[in-house]
Design a protein around this ligand. Sequence first.
Ligand code: ZN
Length: 266
Amino acid sequence: MAINVKPIPRKVQVPTTKKPAVQIPAQSSASNYSAADGFARARAINEKRQRDFEARKFRPIEFNAKVGEGGINGVTVILTDNTRAPNLPYFHYCHRWGFEQGNPQTEVCIQDDPEGCPLCRKLNRKGSYEMVLTCIDTRPFTYKAGPNMGKTVQRSTKPYVVKTSMIPQFERLYRAHKTFRGMVLKVFRDNQKSPSSGSSVEFVRMLSEAELGKYGDLAKPLDYKKAYPRMDAATMARTYEADTGEGGTLGSADFASGAKNDALPF
Ligand SMILES: [Zn+2]
C-alpha cells in the first residue's frame, strides 16, 4: 500500500478542459496523506486561518450600495480626501474574489512587482485597477463583526472604491473642483452588475473645512497603506500557495470561474 501519495495540487482539478480530472487511486484504509504531509497540511491550515484573521481584523468595510438604494435620491456620501496632497488620489491594482462562495476576499495585486504577482498566476487573472477614496457614509450602519459588533452608528468612514469604468466620472469631478475633499455626492447603483460603489454619481456641493469639522474624526481620510497592505512576492506566494482549500481560501471554484469572479465590479 502506497502511503506516500502526495495531495493533488488543486490546479490539477480545475475543469478548464474537457479532460477528466486526475484522480487519486482509490484507497480503502490508509489516508491519502503521509504522516509528514498530513501534519504539514494541518499546520498550513492553522497558519492560514491566523493570517486571515489578522488581515481581516484591520480591513475596513468598504462602501457598498444596494441596487436601487435611495430611489431617486440615491445614497449620499461625503468624500474627504485632500487630493492637493502629493500622491493622492490613491490608485492600486486589487484582486477580489470569492463572492459567489459567499466569502469575498480582497488582496492588493502586485503585478507591477519585478517578480510578478503570484495571485495573478493563481487566479489566472490580473487584479483590476482602482482608485480608492475615503467617504463619510451618511447611512446608519451596524457592525456585523469585530469589537463593535452589534453597535449601530449614524455615520461611518469607509473606503470608497472607484472601479476603472467609473474613474473618468471622478476625473471630471476632480478637474472641476481641484480636490475631492468636502465633495458631497449622490450615488446610484442601477443593477447587480454595476459597481457596488455606484454606476453613476451626481454632484451635490462642496463642504467647507468648517462644515467638515462638524464630522470630527469621521472626516479624516484613511491611511491606505494600512487599509490595503501590500504583500511582497515571496509572502504572497507563501500565503496563497500554502492554501489548502480550507474555508475562505481559494478553492477549485475560484479557479474555474476566476475570471468571472474578478470581473465582478465590487
Ligand atoms: Zn495580481
